[in-house]
Design a protein around this ligand. Sequence first.
Ligand SMILES: O=C(O)CCC(=O)C(=O)O
Length: 231
Amino acid sequence: MEGGTTPPLFPGEGRRRSEIAPGAVHVPDWLSAEGQRELVTACRAWATGPVPMRHTRLPRGGVMSVRTVCLGWHWKPYAYTRTADDVNGRPVAPLPDWLADLGRRAVADAYGERLPEVPGAGAYAPDTALVNFYDAQARMGMHQDREERSAAPVVSLSIGDTCVFRFGNTETRGRPYTDVELASGDLFVFGGPSRFAFHGVPRVRPGTGDPATGLAGGRLNLTLRVTGLTD
Ligand SMILES: O=C(O)CCC(=O)C(=O)O
């Protein structure tokens, strides 16, 4: 078997809050059903513009299978800018205060009493979000989120189809890593010693999402980050 997960013996087992690595916390079912629906509605609007959701082009000519739209700052490999120069040159939509507040609550819930010990967690103020959409074939290779000039945690919210989220180490793309099933409504926060760990999405499990979220298929993921950049 790949990675470090053990299949649950009984349904529901394994869907408990867990610390996958120091500072990397998985909180299943963190978003309410209504919260998921609201995020799906918001993502639909962001996907249309001012910068449309697109497959990101990589410097060597490859194209990512995931589709992405950014808020606050535009990410393209491997930098943040205020305008989407690789798409239509327009400024990206702002990151709304309510989404930054959601990120702050997420970090507080993930770390609880340990919040003051985690760099950048105490007054968490994300200034960018990447909204990723995965169809059944989409994947994301192992990578680090390291264009930020801040060690503040990354907040990841998942809606729709379950995926396998691979969470590794800070040294290499390979083992050791742990495979975690991220289902609709799940929160994953990585900060502290895990902030610059390699991670990726080797597969999505089509048909596992609930259409009541407003997503007929596929998986939405939002990652909130602190860029540490100023204009
Ligand atoms: O979709 C996910 O869960 C991970 C997304 C991610 O790693 C990224 O946007 O950098």
